[in-house]
Ligand binder design. Structure first.
Ligand code: ATP
Length: 112
């Protein structure tokens, strides 16, 4: 199992959700987030050190899926979230060791 975390522009959330549903995903977690990438923040000096300020609103989505769906999910997110402008976001993929459905105790792929 893998977890895909994607930081996207908030107005792209509905399109990304629909694209992921077409891939066949059942569950998704969405969090309002703030952040900056390479260009978006601007640097300010504070007590001699340079800090990046200016967090921009973003949405973070998290999905846990079987390995077989990872490439399709990444493609779906990219297609739906891309505007071609800076700040389109990032996709991070990590391993998930275990998943448990609390109601039934099912685990692994059966739990997602
Ligand atoms: N290395 C990172 N670690 C954690 N979050 C990140 C990282 N890079 C970007 N993010 C998150 O993703 C959001 C969007 O990043 P953004 O698309 O601006 O990255 P970028 O590297 O500047 O790419 P681009 O050149 O397309 O703008 C950021 O606001 C931040 O929330």
């Amino acid at each position: 199992m893998k977890k895909i975390e994607a930081i996207i522009k908030p107005f792209k959330l509905d399109e990304v959700k629909e694209a992921l549903q077409e891939v066949g995903l059942q569950g998704i977690t969405v969090t309002e987030a703030k952040g900056f990438g390479r260009q978006k923040g601007h640097a300010e000096l504070y007590r001699g050190a340079e800090y990046i300020v200016d967090f921009l609103p973003k949405v973070k989505i998290e999905i846990v899926i079987g390995d077989d769906l990872v490439e399709r999910a990444i493609d779906a997110i990219r297609r739906a979230a891309q505007t071609g402008r800076i700040g389109d976001g990032k996709i991070f993929v990590s391993n998930i060791e275990e998943a448990i459905r609390i109601r039934t105790g099912e685990s692994g792929l059966d739990a997602i």
